[in-house]
Design a protein around this ligand. Structure first.
Ligand SMILES: N[C@@H](CCC(=O)N[C@@H](CS)C(=O)NCC(=O)O)C(=O)O
Length: 298
């Protein structure tokens, strides 16, 4: 692992956001957030807010336990959608597209590098830090290209289609059957492609027996299928893969960044689903109104 990393992850609790924290945990990075039940002899270091630029939410402490002390920490900056923080000028300098996740790091030349688009960020992380091929295959190998196939399949297929399915089932101000049918059907079709691939190949992960960034890219979306009213029981091999992924310690740690990942519990409570959907709908609609005002005259 490169010694001179200085990673800050800009994220919030979404299927795209947790891809990066899971990838970092799987690679052996450790988040300063938050201390689960303290182990017997924790070392608590104070973390000076003066080290951070003024727009950063300072962490009051960096947590290192005896098992994690050899692992490299990464910083997390939580982006608050309800305050439209992802559209603030300082964030647009990191990701001009105004979306999470984004990441900054110290590059080989000593200068800061900015990364955006979850697929690009994960390719950066494995190229730079996965020298032992923990979550990738050697670049140029057949398995590397297979991995990139499925990574792009997620980023250009499952993510956008399920994102729209979420929009029409949860965030639209009125019920529009055409939009709901179009995007939930398309998401189901894509899940069918994953189901067939996993069952034909009889492999534990999308490419062979190793969990790669292609699996990590899909997991947060598949585990939240119920949010757009897709029943994962209809895809038994994909469901078994989802559970296999969930059992991985890196997935378990990374999924709770920057806030607890509670989608499965939430989906069991229809009143909580309605409340969470209404909260998200409010900021989604606010953002759409602002975008319409800015761009409608062009
Ligand atoms: N293709 C992008 C998608 C990023 C994306 O859409 N992120 C959502 C959260 S999952 C976001 O930041 N939404 C904020 C907004 O729409 O203003 C990626 O994979 O990184």
């Amino acid at each position: 692992m490169a010694e001179k990393s200085d990673i800050t992850l800009y994220t919030t609790q979404t299927p795209n956001g947790i891809k990066i924290s899971i990838a970092l945990e799987e690679l052996g990075f450790v988040s300063p957030l938050p201390p689960p039940p303290p182990p017997p002899s924790p070392l608590i270091l104070s973390f000076s807010s003066s080290l951070l630029p003024s727009h950063h939410t300072p962490y009051s402490w960096l947590y290192v336990n005896t098992h994690a002390a050899h692992r490299l920490p990464y910083k997390v900056h939580k982006i608050t959608f309800s305050k439209n923080e992802q559209k603030q000028p300082w964030f647009l300098e990191i990701n001009p597209n105004g979306r999470i996740p984004a990441l900054t790091d110290r590059f080989d030349d000593g200068e800061t590098i900015r990364l955006f688009e979850s697929g690009s960020i994960m390719l950066y992380l494995v190229k730079r830090y996965d020298t032992e091929h923990k979550i990738s295959y050697p670049e140029g190998s057949r398995e590397w290209f297979e991995m990139v196939n499925w990574l792009f399949f997620q980023n250009a297929g499952v993510g956008p289609m399920q994102g729209q399915a979420n929009h029409f089932t949860k965030y639209a101000p009125e019920r529009i059957e055409y939009g709901i049918n179009r995007y939930t059907t398309e998401t189901r079709r894509l899940y069918g492609v994953l189901e067939k691939h996993l069952s034909d190949k009889k492999s534990s992960y999308l490419v062979g027996e190793k969990c790669t960034i292609a699996d990590i890219a899909h997991w947060g979306w598949v585990t939240g299928a119920g949010w757009c009213e897709i029943n994962i029981d209809g895809f038994p091999t994909l469901k078994a893969w989802e559970e296999r992924m969930a059992a991985r310690p890196g997935v378990e740690k990374g999924r709770h960044v920057p806030d607890p990942h509670t989608i499965k519990e939430l989906l069991k409570d229809s009143a909580a689903v309605a409340k969470a959907a209404a909260e998200s709908r409010a900021w989604v609609q606010m953002g759409m109104k602002e975008d319409a005002e800015k761009h409608s005259q062009k």
